[in-house]
Each structure stands twice: as structure tokens, then as C-alpha cells.
Ligand binder design. Structure first.
Ligand code: NAD
Length: 459
């Protein structure tokens, strides 16, 4: 039996970050991985989809070359080449994790890990089983997998998940995307940019339903303008083979398409990890954890998607740091779940933090709401990218930043000034006194803050 201070099962953003942090704190660390290091995020999720979305953006720039006085007679966008580029980006990032493991003297055991007792992990690899003993703790970080609808099998041919979508080098002629959360709208963007007929179905009354209502309205307008058919309040009840590939039954009638992308959410990977034998408590399908990420069994920690919402890589990383520091005997500051930015990388991009305006109103307090459109921002006009706005929701009396919602160019980069502001408990006035360089997109953030205070300058 190999002995380590910590054994980490799963090397996605939660697992690999916790392993590195534990090693930095002087602990000996083993990791167990049944795929490539980096997990879903680096190999099949966040990173390869961002590469595909970058391709989509480049296609878009070529299409509007004439706006910049550039004449392109004919250009061809090769979808298979986009997928190949995306795969090489993912490979490079996975190799980066392997490098970081070597640098931090972290041992990687390929195979499937499961707990046989609270401090023993059995690794079933291709070349036989090995057993690892954790002196101090085990960190479970096995992530999540795409969900489907009852009775619908994801075959990754006609009915695909995001896993199939990032791998398939062939694009369909038509696709129905079921679910308009982050996965749904990001792939709708990629496919539409490459000329696919896209229908986006959402059971709830609006797309990206967790975002502020005005963001949903703007995104609906932008995606519709690009030729994506959007149907909301369209709950899918069945998907069957037929027609061009699949027939989709919704509340509002039948649709057909060559392919269907199932984007109805992800479920925690909790099976086969040994949770049942140890009686590790679950809560609504996710592992129940303490503020230091410890499960109901002392010495066993769970982080990332398997430990609950939000299912985001950066939340997993933050939890990984907390778990590693707790195991090393430090007193880490627990993750602030109310201050996790949410980013969706479709065009226009969406980023938000804190409460939507509707949620903030539920508290009954008086709000100061400021909005600034990118059409009035010099840098956005110069870039030729003016769709969207920044919206700031604050408490009128105290100036507390309750929520910020950005849709538009580089929204996913811009959100962080508000994340820092909220961490430091900055008020609207303090944000206002922060000089923003001119010309930048970030000036729209300053102007939205000024608008909430009632005196935006450039509108
Ligand atoms: P999601 O839960 O965000 O969205 C799923 C959507 O499907 C919901 O809006 C839901 O109402 C809808 N839906 C469910 N059943 C339906 C039905 N029968 N018919 C029609 N619509 C239906 O899930 P997702 O987009 O699959 O993403 C999974 C997870 O991965 C999420 O937690 C998401 O935050 C995360 N993720 C994040 C990013 C990012 O941060 N950019 C990208 C991809 C995924």
C-alpha cells in the first residue's frame, strides 16, 4: 500500500487545485484520474468550448470584414478544423496540469478511485488494482456528467451531449438544442456561426433563466437576429428517432432536426466512489459538506460539482483551496457562495454576480439601479461591438452592491471589478471614485455605477 498525506480522487479544476495547494503546504499528495488530468473542464468543457467559441467569433469578424473596409471575396470556415484546434487547445492545457503535478511532486495514479475505508482509496487501472492510504484525508472531486430527459438515451450520434458536441468534427445541417442555460446558448452560438439551422428550446419562460430578466431579453434579441429560432415555455417531453434524424415533442408541438443537443443540466458523479459503504450523506443528489468541505465522515472531503451548486470550475477551485488548507491545519476562509461570478461565453457574452433586480426587490428594500449601454461607450463603438449593457443593482440607502449584470463585449472579463468591489464591501460611491482608464469597455461599468447614483455622464 502506498502512503500519502492526502489522496485526491478526480483531477478537474477542484481536484488538481486542491492537490497543488496541499503540496504547497508540505503534504505528500496522490491523485487518481480515470481520464486525462484536468477533468471535464480542461478536456471536454470550459476550455475546448472557449476554443470553439473563439472560432465562431473569428468567423463573425470575417463576415463583417466589409464594415472595416476589408474585402474578402470568399472565405470558407472548416468546422472540422475548428474542432481539431479546440482539441489541441485542450491537450495543451491537460499537459499543463501534468507539468504542475511534476513541479509540485504530486503522484498521478491513472484509474478509477473508490473509497474502501475512510482513508483507503482503491485504484482500478488497466494494469491491475493498486491501493493508496491517506494518512490525513481523502478529497473527492469526481465532478458531474450531462443529464438527459427520462426515456431519452444520449447516443452521441443523433442525441448528443456537450461531450459529443466538443468531439464531433461533423456538423449537422440542423440541430435542436434542449435547454437554454450556459451549455445550450454557447453551443447554439457555435453551430449558428457555422451555418447550422439552430432551434433553442427552453422550458421556462425565458432563456438563461437564472440571469437578470433584461439580460435574457437582450440575448433573445441578439440570438434571434442571428437566425437562431428560440422557443420558450417549450418543455420537451420526448425525443424519438424519425424525420431528418430526431423528432422532438414539446408542449407547443413537434419539431424535427438532424441532431439534438441535450443541455438540460448536469448531475453529480457520486456512483462508484464508495460513498454508500461509508454512509456519506447526500443532499438532493450532491454530497453534503461543511464550510471546510468535509463530508459527514471525518477526514473525507468533497469539492466541486459533486458537492453542489453552482456547478462552476472557479467555485470548485475555491473549494479545493479551502479543503487543502483545512487538511493542513489552517483556518481557511469558507467560500462565499453569494459572490461567485457567473459567465457565459456566447456572443454577446454574459457575466453576473450577486442578485438579479427581481431577487433584490424581493427583500422589500429600496434599490438604486443604473444601466449603461455599450452603444454609448467609445471603445465599444471603436471595436464595432456595441450590443448590450452594464446594469448595477444597489441598496439605495447604503450603496451596497447587491448585483451586477453585464451583457456585451468582454463581459466575462469586466465582471471582476465588481467581484473585488463586493469582496471589499465597496459602496457605489467608492466604485465611483475609482478612476477608469479611457477609452475602455470598463468605463461602461463606471457609468452604470454613476447611473445608479443618478448622474451618468455619457448618456
Ligand atoms: P442549466 O441547468 O444551466 O440549464 C439547463 C436548462 O434546461 C434550464 O434552463 C432548464 O430550464 C432547461 N430544461 C430542463 N428540462 C427541460 C425540458 N424538458 N425541456 C426544455 N428545457 C428544459 O444546465 P446546462 O446549461 O446544461 O449546464 C450544466 C452546468 O454546467 C450548469 O451548472 C452550468 O452553470 C455549467 N456550465 C457553465 C458554463 C459557463 O460557466 N460558461 C458553461 C457550460 C456549463
Amino acid at each position: 500500500m502506498n502512503q500519502f498525506d492526502v489522496v485526491v480522487v478526480g483531477t478537474g479544476p477542484g481536484g488538481y487545485v486542491s492537490a497543488i495547494r496541499a503540496a504547497q503546504l508540505g503534504l505528500s499528495v496522490a491523485t487518481v484520474e480515470d481520464d486525462r488530468p484536468g477533468g471535464v473542464c480542461l478536456n471536454w468543457g470550459c476550455i475546448p468550448t472557449k476554443a470553439l467559441l473563439r472560432n465562431a467569433e473569428v468567423v463573425h469578424l470575417f463576415e463583417k470584414a466589409a464594415d472595416f473596409g476589408i474585402t474578402i471575396d470568399r472565405f470558407q470556415a472548416d468546422y472540422a478544423a475548428a474542432v481539431k484546434r479546440s482539441r489541441s487547445v485542450a491537450d495543451r492545457m491537460a499537459k499543463g496540469v501534468e507539468f504542475l503535478f511534476r513541479k509540485n511532486k504530486i503522484t498521478l495514479f491513472p484509474g478509477t478511485g473508490s473509497l474502501t475505508s475512510k482513508n483507503v482509496v482503491e485504484v482500478k487501472g488497466e494494469d491491475g488494482a493498486s491501493t493508496l492510504e491517506a494518512g490525513r484525508a481523502v478529497i473527492l472531486a469526481t465532478g458531474s456528467e450531462p443529464k438527459s430527459l427520462p426515456g431519452v438515451t444520449i447516443d452521441e450520434k443523433t442525441v448528443i451531449s456537450s461531450n459529443g458536441a466538443v468531439r464531433n468534427e461533423a456538423k449537422p445541417k440542423s440541430i435542436v438544442v434542449i435547454g437554454a442555460g450556459a451549455v445550450g446558448v454557447e453551443f447554439a452560438d457555435v453551430y449558428r456561426s457555422y451555418g447550422v439551422e439552430v432551434t433553442l428550446l427552453e422550458a421556462l419562460p425565458r432563456i438563461v433563466p437564472l440571469e437578470d430578466e433584461e439580460v435574457s431579453t437582450q440575448l433573445t434579441r441578439s440570438l434571434s437576429r442571428r437566425g437562431i429560432t428560440i422557443k420558450t415555455g417549450a418543455k420537451v417531453s420526448a425525443v424519438k428517432p424519425g424525420g431528418a434524424g430526431a423528432v422532438i415533442d414539446t408542449d407547443g408541438g413537434k419539431l424535427e432536426a438532424e441532431q439534438v443537443l441535450m443541455a438540460v443540466g448536469r448531475g453529480a458523479r457520486t456512483k462508484g466512489v464508495g460513498l454508500e459503504a461509508l454512509n456519506i450523506a447526500l443532499e438532493r443528489g450532491f454530497v453534503k459538506v461543511s464550510p471546510t468541505m468535509e463530508t459527514s465522515v471525518k477526514g473525507v472531503y468533497a469539492i466541486g460539482d459533486m458537492a453542489g451548486a453552482p456547478l462552476l470550475a472557479h467555485k470548485a477551485m475555491a473549494e479545493g483551496v479551502v479543503a487543502a488548507e483545512a487538511i493542513a491545519g489552517k483556518s481557511p476562509r469558507p467560500v462565499d457562495y453569494g459572490n461567485v461570478p457567473s459567465c457565459t461565453y456566447c456572443r454577446p457574452q454574459i457575466a453576473s454576480i450577486g442578485l438579479t433586480e427581481a431577487k433584490a426587490r424581493e427583500g422589500g428594500r429600496e434599490l438604486a439601479v443604473g444601466k449603461f449601454p455599450f452603444t454609448a461607450n467609445g471603445k465599444a463603438v471603436a471595436l464595432g461591438d456595441t450590443e448590450g449593457f452594464v446594469k448595477v443593482v444597489a441598496d439605495k440607502k447604503t450603496g451596497e452592491l447587491l448585483g451586477v449584470h453585464i451583457i456585451g463585449p468582454e463581459a466575462t472579463e469586466m465582471i471582476h471589478e465588481f467581484a473585488v468591489g463586493r469582496t471589499l464591501e465597496a459602496t457605489l460611491e467608492e466604485m465611483m471614485h475609482t478612476i477608469h482608464a479611457h477609452p475602455t469597455l470598463s468605463e461602461a461599468a463606471l457609468e452604470a455605477t454613476l447611473a445608479a447614483l443618478g448622474h451618468a455622464i455619457h448618456i
